[in-house]
Design a protein around this ligand. Sequence first.
Ligand code: PLP
Length: 418
Amino acid sequence: MGKTTNGQLFARAQGVIPGGVNSPVRAFQSVGGTPYFVARGKGAYVWDVEGTRYLDYVQSYGASILGHAHPKVVDAITLAAAEGTSFGAPTEREVLLAEEITSRVPGCEMLRLVSSGTEATMSAIRVARGATGRDRVILFSGCYHGHSDGLLAGGGSGVATLGLPASAGVPKGAVAETLVAPYNEVPDVDRDVACVIVEPVAANMGLVSPLPGFLPGLREACDRAGALLIFDEVITGFRLAYGGATEVFGVRPDLWCFGKVIGGGLPLAAFGGRRDLMEQLAPLGEIYQAGTLSGNPLATAAGLAVLSELDRSCYAELAERVGRLGAGLAGALGPDVQVPVVGPLVGLFFSAETVTSYEGATKSAATGRYPGLMHGLLERGVAMAPGAYEVLFPSLAHGDAELDRTVEAFADAVAAGL
Ligand SMILES: *Cc1c(COP(=O)(O)O)cnc(C)c1O
């Protein structure tokens, strides 16, 4: 693909795109160096514009579970594109995808399709507020729920506090009703709380599992207060298990947010939940929400193609393989590094102890070891995300050879002092 280099493209990108990237996580700001510009991907691999191949654990931050350019997904998109890319009228595949998703997630009776996880969480919060007539939202530090104003709140460490804007440009008023609590501690849920939103497995601060009482405790606290529980399953949905986190942990929220996997790499996300809540959305009810490209024909085609490949056996297989990868990495990295594994998700913490909160995750990041290791792996042909708070996303295209190579690359990097 031409003779351009990563450095040349990055220089040009910085002239016309802030920081040279269209999402800050893609910049190498926190790890140093120049991002590689991807020319193409296939299965577990990506190739940059200079022709260098990387074994890819970024996998679009979890949007890809079959690996890149899976033939079934490519075919589905190609066929759909030839029939027209957007109509502004309902289409059959929207119904099929909503049926498919609701059939897999017990309790999720109705669904609305949107185009990004940010829209899904923002809209689910609106449903919760509209349905309860309350304003307050509780979220957990270290969880990420997209970049809408009300959910970009930072809090104090270790205690529940009213949120402060976590970004310039977010007005104080937008987070005035957002309470930020420590992950893995059940907060007091008062009767003015509309909802509690949580990543059932936190995968945006490295990988942090819910402690045994946490999710059931949230369910109980919400029930006592008449508040709604929202699972933000934008990462965990259809990745952790066939039915997502609900199936794994046996806790049923009132509303769900999905994204990433269900779009097969195209812009698609969804929020859904109990029928009585979802039927309060316009045009049936008073809660407004809309989208020109919602339920887009290409995105629903890709989503259906992906889900049709994901039967129960895939999850067992992926979890088994990734379990071995996790054990291999833990062996290579030694006792001062934690390699948490939940289903097919893998994290890395530079810590001798298990990390259960954002405080632990920040301590791990503060060791400063991640950037060196990440670059060391990149030099050895293995790509992890350029940020210490990301997880690894092995796909179904990561076979034994790829996993063995990964462990070898880690061992080699560690031997080199990284
Ligand atoms: C990625 C992510 C989002 C936001 O999704 P976008 O499609 O990037 O807007 C929301 N919640 C979680 C848990 C995510 O990982």
